[in-house]
Structures are given as C-alpha cells and as structure tokens.
Design a protein around this ligand. Structure first.
Ligand code: DX5
Ligand code: ZN
Length: 211
C-alpha cells in the first residue's frame, strides 16, 4: 500500500499546529518537513526549533528533508527535535556512508535524496545503510512545480538496485493523482505532496485521491 506524506511547505505557516492535526485526522501516514537553508536551495524555511515545537501535536512519523549545504552539522539538532527519518542530499555529502551511519546511530531512519540530474549509481555502495531513498521529481526549493517525467526511469532503476532490501522509495515534487500513479507503477512506496493535498482544503479527499 502506498504511503502519503503531506509536505507542510504548502500549509498555513501561521496555523501549523492546527494544520498538523488536520493532516493527521485526514489520514496522512507521515509528515514531510522541508528544511531549506537559502543556500543549497534558493528558499529559506525553518529549523529544528519549529520541528521540536510541532512534535507534540502529531503521533505520525516526522520525515525531515534537509535541503542544506552542511547536513552533517545538523543531524543531531533534528534528531533531538524529534525527527524519525532524516534525509540528506547525496550531492552535499562527501562522506555519505559515514553520514548515513551517523543518522542511524542517532536513532533515526536514514534517507538519501537525489536531485533530478543526479545518477542513482551514488547509492550502490550505501544500500546497506539506507532506510529510505527520496527521488526528487522537481528541482528542490519550491512547491507547485511540474513533475519531471524522466525521473520515472530512475525510480525503476532504484527499485531494481534495492533488490528486495527493506528500503522505501519516496518521490517528491509535482505529485498529483496522475503523476503519483505513474511513480507508484514505477516502484515508489511513499508519495510526498504539498500542492495536491492543500489545494481546496479538503485534506482527506485529496489524500484519498492520491492513494
Ligand atoms: C520541494 C520540496 C517538496 C515540495 C513539494 O523542494 O522538497 O516537498 O513541498 O511540493 P509540491 O507537491 O507542491 O510539488
Ligand atoms: Zn521535500
């Protein structure tokens, strides 16, 4: 069964506590938190203090997506703030093997994300240290962008690489009912969605449509 991870990037930032409750009641499987540093990506969102402040308001796993230049310096911050899954971008981790091991040692699940232009070969030697692979289907930074179709091939290839290991494939960017179905057909297990879940305001209906 496909899991749905709403991204609070598209939520009402002035009402995040209640947005979290609404998403939880609407049947979300996890909460996707997009951390952007205004440097790795051209947008700036929030840090561990907000993650910690929100933590009491949902029992769902917190799926923290770090779009930052120096994730190694921040892993413990987000683990202490209550992140259940911490995903780093392979492009900014010169010692990816070590970074993933550090995330696991902190007690979180370890995720790796690949930008659209990044080859999946970087995953080959870390597969035994990864719990989740996040395939970006847009260039990271903003919600509301169009799904990049050629990433379907990457999803299929990553699914083959995993070869039965207990690793989830997550897709992020431009996911709606149509692109989500394509991603799942290619091998995705988790759909991240911002725009598709928040548009119109009926979160339960939108989550069901994605499922
Ligand atoms: C983009 C973020 C996504 C974003 C997705 O950099 O990583 O999680 O919120 O938004 P939509 O679903 O609107 O493309
Ligand atoms: Zn994300």
């Amino acid at each position: 069964m496909v899991l749905i991870a709403p991204s609070i990037l598209s939520a009402d930032f002035a009402d995040l506590k209640n947005e979290l409750t609404r998403l939880t009641d609407a049947g979300a499987d996890m909460i996707h938190l997009d951390v952007m540093d205004g440097n790795y990506v051209p947008n700036l969102t929030f840090g561990p203090q907000l993650v910690k402040a929100l933590r009491p308001y949902s029992t769902l796993p917190f799926d923290v997506h770090l779009m930052v230049n120096n994730p190694d310096a921040m892993l413990s911050w987000f683990s202490n703030a209550g992140a259940d899954i911490i995903t780093v971008h392979a492009e900014v981790c010169p010692h990816l093997d070590k970074t993933l091991q550090t995330i696991r040692n902190l007690g979180a699940k370890a995720g790796v994300s690949l930008n659209p232009a990044t080859n999946e070969d970087v995953l080959k030697y870390v597969l035994d240290k990864v719990d989740q692979i996040l395939i970006m289907t847009v260039n990271p930074g903003f919600g509301g962008q169009n799904f990049i179709e050629n990433q379907l091939e990457k999803i299929t290839r990553v699914k083959q690489m995993i070869a039965g290991r207990d690793i989830k494939i997550e897709v992020d960017g431009g996911i709606n009912a149509m692109t989500g179905a394509e991603a799942v057909a290619a091998g995705a297990d988790i759909l991240v969605a911002g725009t598709a879940i928040f548009s119109g305001g009926d979160y339960a209906k939108n989550i069901n449509a994605l499922r």
